[in-house]
Design a protein around this ligand. Sequence first.
Ligand code: FES
Ligand code: FES
Length: 159
Amino acid sequence: MTAIKLEVNGETVSHEVNPRESLADFLRERRNLTGTHLGCEHGACGACTVTMDGVVVRSCIVLAVMADGRKIETIEGTRAIELMNVIRRHFHEKHALQCGFCTPGMLTTAHALLTDEPGADEARIRSVLSGNLCRCTGYIPIVGAVLEARAAYHRGDEP
Ligand code: FES
Ligand code: FES
């Protein structure tokens, strides 16, 4: 086992982890942060997307030991972020989810995109979200929700 110390959703935590344990398993099983979903477990579907030091990563292909000394944010840590709440509201209003399995990853990716590129157009949103696979719906409501959220955030609408 290897000792790691990191920040998870603003809280500094220390754990002993298996050197081969993924960050996704660490978050789900040791921190009970089950909003980080596991689909493919080999970096292809985006269900496990979280941020590490503000950068979007696929937590199934990041080892927990690689997160030592880093700041991790999961979907549970974003409740007070205004832009994320605007995106959430538009996912809800636009029916941009069915089973919801992909949704935490979609939200995390969309939030990172609109943070880094507030003017991202539809083509850019489609391109970036294409790395997050939704098994049960089309991408039209998802992309529509992100576009609506972008506009609402720029207008200063309430989340
Ligand atoms: S579960 Fe990590 S990318 Fe699919
Ligand atoms: S809403 Fe079911 S996988 Fe996307």
